[in-house]
Design a protein around this ligand. Structure first.
Ligand code: NAD
Length: 288
């Protein structure tokens, strides 16, 4: 026992001194999905992290296949599992891009096992966020509907623009691929709530999700949130501030999923050095 402690203390000390790089082992949930595959690819090409395990839907076609091969990075000798309790102990951080109910369950497992978790899944409910907040003192998590560094810069820019252009009409337009199940996007909602917060408006009262027919003149405080779906668009968000004789538009366009995957891996490296708490990408990037 004392031998183990000595070894681990030595490893930590050497690691702190930068003499020894300790790799963070990551468990990827939803590893056969669009995001999961890109996350495995980014892990493969990043220093300081390694794939510890891959989890996907019980009974699904990928269970038992090699996680590396499914992700297209070559054999890793890591068969995709469907049971988190079989693989979680051997990992340092869980990255979960799956579906809301599964992410909530995995948050609770991470809490129970003392592991950090990064949740990118969108469509989480108010109840989910209440659960996360209630357990903030004893959990370590980064939960963000958009992990892209560029989108998080957009959040900051929109916050600043909203302060300056407080009496302009604001419309938010988002477009995603035709397989996306939730609408509007989590990022679209987040942008709307940033605008509402900075302009002292109650989003529940002023949000307008599409228009049809004789709606009448646009109410001054309205915040429009328009959802477009089609093709293989990875993700586009534009916030329009429209005033008299001018318009300011702030746009982010994702050309591939790698920006989200890179953000998730960055968050994994960041969270292992943090105290317990529920964080988002603004914390990871120091933008708060
Ligand atoms: P996807 O459908 O391609 O992948 C989801 C994966 O989860 C699938 O492989 C599915 O089999 C798996 N899954 C379902 N039930 C499971 C279970 N019980 N256990 C383990 N795995 C299970 O979807 P996607 O495009 O990869 O997106 C996943 C989520 O991430 C969505 O909510 C999406 O909106 C979100 N997303 C977030 C960001 C971000 O930056 N935060 C970026 C892109 C997508």
């Amino acid at each position: 026992m004392s031998y183990d402690i000595t070894i681990s203390t030595t490893i930590k000390r050497l690691s702190k001194q930068g003499i020894l790089e300790v790799s963070i082992k990551i468990l990827v949930v939803g590893c056969a999905g669009r995001m999961g595959r890109r996350i495995i690819s980014v892990i493969e090409n990043s220093d300081g992290v390694e794939l510890g395990a891959g989890l996907d839907m019980p009974g699904g076609p990928y269970i038992g296949l090699d996680a590396g091969e499914v992700a297209g990075v070559g054999k890793k000798n890591i068969p995709i599992s469907s049971n988190i309790s079989q693989v979680v102990d051997d990992c340092d951080v869980i990255i979960d891009f799956s579906v809301p109910s599964v992410s909530l369950e995995n948050f609770l497992t991470a809490h129970e096992k003392g592991k950090a978790i990064i949740i990118g899944t969108t469509g989480m409910s108010e109840e989910h966020y209440k659960t996360f907040d209630a357990m903030a003192k004893t959990s370590r998590a980064v939960i963000a509907p958009n992990m892209s560094v560029g989108v998080n810069a957009l959040f900051k820019l929109v916050s600043e623009a909203s302060k300056i252009l407080g009496d302009y009409d604001v419309e938010i337009v988002e477009m995603h691929h035709n397989q996306k199940v939730d609408a509007p996007s989590g990022t679209g909602v987040r942008l709307a709530s940033i605008v509402a917060h900075e302009m002292n408006r109650d989003l529940d009262k002023v949000a307008k999700y599409g228009r049809n027919g004789k709606e009448g003149v646009r109410p001054k405080n309205e915040i429009g949130i328009m959802t477009l779906r089609g093709g293989d668009v990875v993700g586009e968000h534009t916030v329009i501030f429209a005033g008299l004789g001018e318009r300011v538009e702030l746009t982010h366009r994702a050309g591939s999923r790698d920006n989200f995957a890179t953000g998730a891996v960055l968050a994994s490296k960041w969270i292992v050095k943090q105290q317990n708490g529920i964080y988002d990408m603004q914390d990871v990037l120091g933008l708060r």
